[in-house]
Ligand binder design. Structure first.
Ligand code: ADP
Length: 254
């Protein structure tokens, strides 16, 4: 990692991050989705990214997580530039230090909750202890559902299994893209509580959400508009975030 970064070293850095897509057909126009984003996320920090639909939130998350290559600028993920890593090294970096939580849960339907939680460790060739898997499921309140397949669980329970799978790997950073988007209020609140707890116990959390109450749980909220950082709020309440996303009439942005 470069020596001019502040200490402690951020877990995620974007420097002048640009993402654009070539025209779909000849003579069309290029789509610029991210137009020069600068941001950092520190260890154990909980950062929410909000903004109107189409402002580039999911694209930013994908670039930060090394799932999409930027068109310009740089990303540092756990001190490494994903664009400079081989596919194998990038996969190892993700497996060893990065967790993902998606709106669609991304569980394997044919595997039990227990097997889903154990899967990342199995894939990276690590020994999986049943006690660790059971503890991860207990941490999300699903100790009695280990043998159930995803189809036998509610949406909220499936998302909790997905979070148990992430937390069992003790990642240094968790990327979550609308993790409560498919859940009702109580299930969503439970999932947000788990992400907050993950940040409290040392994992950085980067959350993309359109749910302002969810964003209000973050230490810091980054507001995107038209692919650029429009402002940043520290420990805001939902009303401040609403003002920042929808025109900042209350002067909430700093
Ligand atoms: P948000 O998550 O804020 O709703 P997205 O990051 O999903 O926004 O998308 C931002 C913009 O990027 C949208 O206008 C979308 O149409 C555009 N976009 C996303 N992926 C592609 C792609 N593969 N090709 C062209 N445009 C894209």
């Amino acid at each position: 990692m470069s020596s001019d970064l502040p200490s402690p070293c951020p877990v995620v850095v974007a420097q002048n991050l640009v993402k654009s897509y070539a025209p779909a057909r000849r003579g069309g126009t290029e789509t610029v989705v991210l137009s020069g984003i600068d941001m950092t996320v520190g260890p154990g920090e909980f950062v929410a990214i909000v903004g109107p639909s189409g402002s580039g939130k999911s694209t930013l998350l994908s670039c930060l997580a090394g799932l999409e290559p930027p068109t310009g600028g740089h990303v540092l993920l756990l001190g490494e530039d994903p664009a400079k890593l081989s596919r194998g090294r990038l996969a190892r970096l993700r497996r060893s230090g990065v967790g993902f939580v998606f709106q669609s849960f991304n569980l394997i339907p044919s595997l039990s909750a227990r097997e889903n939680v154990a899967l990342p460790a199995r894939l990276s060739g690590r020994r999986v202890r049943l006690a660790d898997v059971t503890a991860a499921l207990a941490a999300v309140g699903l100790e009695n559902r280990g043998s159930h397949r995803p189809g036998e669980l509610s949406g909220g329970q499936q998302q909790r299994v997905a979070i148990a799978r992430v937390l069992a790997a003790r990642p240094r950073v968790v990327f979550a893209d609308e993790p409560t988007g498919a859940l009702d209020g109580a299930a969503g609140t439970a999932v947000l509580g788990l992400l907050t707890e993950a940040a409290r116990t040392g994992s950085a959390v980067v959350l993309v959400t359109h749910d302002l109450d969810a964003a209000a749980r973050a230490d810091r909220v980054i507001v995107l508009r038209d692919g650029a950082v429009h402002g940043e709020l520290r420990a805001p309440v939902a009303a401040d975030i609403f003002a920042a996303v929808h025109g900042d009439p209350a002067g909430a942005l700093r």
